[in-house]
Ligand binder design. Structure first.
Ligand code: FES
Length: 163
């Protein structure tokens, strides 16, 4: 965590006093941390001479910014035109039910997060979902449960020692 704090300090130092640097700073922080931690946003406000509510307003306005960490298994549903027309919304609703998550949420155990994304460039396979960087083509609500099975399995516990 100290390494992360140092990285945050470097990012802030590069942009100190730049009121117009808010979005680049937030992008750098999200790249480093995977999301925008509340403490980091408070530091950003202090460093750029802004009110925390101004930073919060920008962070919550743009869909690109995440306010919670991603889950271990990040699930993305493409809602680009081809996927939308091919039933992407139904796939998204099925995933929401199956994972008991809304779009943008991460499960309390940190295992899953759910996000809707724009075209990911494989429209011929629509509708498409991506689970932990693996593409699931021609998805349907009926394939959702089966697709998630490998990701529900926890890592096996190490064998007990014989002594
Ligand atoms: S619209 Fe979904 S991959 Fe292009």
């Amino acid at each position: 965590m100290t390494e992360k704090k140092e990285q945050l300090s470097h990012i802030l130092e590069r942009h100190r006093g730049e009121r117009n640097g808010l979005i680049p700073v937030l992008l750098e922080i999200q790249k480093e941390f995977g999301y925008l931690p509340k403490e980091a946003m408070l530091k950003v406000a202090e460093c750029l001479g802004m009110k925390p509510v101004e930073v919060w307003g920008v962070a919550t306005f743009f869909n690109h910014f995440r306010l919670t960490p991603l889950g271990k298994n990040h699930v993305k549903v493409c809602m680009g035109t081809a996927c939308h027309l091919a039933g992407g919304r139904l796939v998204l609703e099925a995933l929401q039910r199956e994972l008991n998550l809304k779009v943008g949420e991460t499960s309390s155990d940190g295992e899953f997060s759910l996000e809707r994304v724009a075209c990911i460039g494989c429209c011929m396979l629509a509708p498409v979902a991506v689970i932990k960087d693996k593409i699931y083509p021609k998805m349907s609500p009926f394939k959702v449960e089966e697709s998630l099975i490998p990701y529900h399995q926890k890592e096996p516990a190490p064998p007990e020692k014989d002594c």
